[in-house]
Design a protein around this ligand. Sequence first.
Ligand code: FAD
Ligand code: ZN
Length: 467
Amino acid sequence: MSALLEALRAAVGAPQVLTEGDLSAWELDWRQRYRGKALAVVRPGSTAEVAAVVKACAAHAASLVPQGGNTGLVGASVPDASGTQVLLSLARLNRVRAIDAANLTMTVEAGCVLQAVQDTADAAGLLFPLSLAAEGSCTIGGNLATNAGGTQVLRYGNARDLCLGLEVVTATGAVWDGLSGLRKDNTGYDLRDLYIGSEGTLGVITAATLKLHPRPAASGTALAACATIDDAVALLGLAQARLGAGLTGFELMGRFALSLVEKHFPTLPRPLAPSPWTVLLEHSDTESEAHARTAFEGLLEAALEAGCIGDAAVAESVQQSRQLWHLRESIPLAQAEEGLNIKHDIALPVSRIPAFVAHTDALLAQRFRGVRLVNFGHLGDGNLHYNVQAPDGVAAADFLREHEAAVNESVYDAVLAHGGSISAEHGIGALKREQLPRYKSPVALDLMRAIKQALDPQGRMNPGRLL
Ligand code: FAD
Ligand code: ZN
C-alpha cells in the first residue's frame, strides 16, 4: 500500500493526499448512515491528475470511490470500511471553462458547486434550471453521476436532459473528450448517457457541457388546498393545459408532512388552513409580471370552479414566494428533527398515484399499526418521497431495526404492482443494491452487468454500489 501512496503523491502532490486526522467530511455520508475508512483522500486539481490517479490505482489493484459534495442519499459517495479504497474528491476541479451564449451552453468542471453554476449562468443573463435543496454543496459531477432531479424537472427535465456532453476519465485512465455541445449527434451508442446516472461505477466525470435556457421574465408561486390526491392530479392536468411550458413546478405535500414543519419550525408562515393535501405551483412567464399573474389567477379560478381545490393563496412578492418554497423545503429537515425514518424515493405514472397511495397507506396501517406517513414530492414528475415514520411514542431506532426490511418490501412491492420504480432521483448506491434484482428485469440487469464489464473490466470503480 505504501507504494500506491507514493504513486498517488507523485500524481497530485503530497499535500493533496490525505491519510491522517479527521477525514469524516469524506468518510461519513450526509445522512450519517454509512461511515467508511479510506486508504487516502486524494484531491487532484486537473483532468490529467485524475487520469494519473486512476492509472496509479489500476497499477496497484486498488479501487476508487469518486466524490463531489458528498450529499448523495444512498450511501454511494463514501468508501467502504476496508481501509483499502482511494477516495477521489473532485472538489478542486471547480473552474468554469467556457460560456457560449449563442449556443446556450456552458462548460464546467465536475467539482463546480451547483449554486455556483446557477449563479454563473444568471450573471450571463441565462438560466441553468437544475435546482435542489443541496445546491449549496452538491457538485455538477455528482448531479450527473446520480442523474439528479429536483424541483424544475417538470419543465426542464433532470440532470440528464440538461447535459450535452461530458469529459470522462475512463476506468483504465484514458481521457474521453465528449464536450461537444452538440444538440444532434447520431454517431453511434450514446456514451454520455451511459456515464450519466452510473453513480461512479463506470468512470470519473471530470467536466460537462451543460444546456442553458433563456431566463423567464417573471414567475409566480401559489399554494392550493386539495381534499383528495385525485383532486391534486386533476389540478395538475388543468395547470398543464392552461399554462403549458409555463408550469415549472408542481409539488405535493401531505397533511402530516406539513404538520411536522409546523411543529419543528413554528415561525414559518402557513398561508392556508391544514387540508389533506397542499400543492405548491410555480409558473414562469416569458412575457411579463402582469401576464404571469393573469394566467396564474385564471388557472386557480378555473380550479376552484372545477372543484379540485378548496382554497388557494398566491404569493404577492418574491419574499412570499420564497416563504412558500421554504415550507416545501423544510419537510425533509422537519422529518429529520422528528427522528429517524424509512425513506422511499419512488416514481409512478401520475395516473396511478391515487390508487397507489390508497392501497399502500391502507396496507401499511394494517401491517404496522400506528405508522405515520410523511408523503410529499414532485407530483408533476410522478415522484413521491413516501417516507415512513415510527408510530408516536415508539423509539424510531427500535422501529427501524424491527420493521425496516418489511416496510420496504411492502412499499416496493406496491410500487412494482403499480408500474413504478424504486428509485426516482436518488439512485441505488449501497442502500437499494440488494433490492434491485427483485424489482428490475433480469434482462435489464444482464445488460447493465455487460456494460459494467465492458467499461470497468477490473471492477475498480465504486465496487459494491449499484450492481
Ligand atoms: P456525491 O454525494 O459526492 O456523490 C454521489 C454519487 O455520484 C456517488 O455515487 C459518487 O461516487 C458519484 N460521483 C460524484 N461525483 C462524481 C464524478 N465527478 N464522476 C463520477 N461519479 C461521481 N437529489 C435529487 O435528485 N433531487 C433532490 O431534490 C435532492 N434533494 C436533496 C436535498 C438534500 C438536503 C440532500 C442532502 C440531497 C438531495 N439530493 C437530491 C440527493 C442528490 O443526489 C445530491 O444532492 C447530488 O446530486 C449529489 O451531488 P454530490 O456532488 O454531493 O455527489
Ligand atoms: Zn426530491
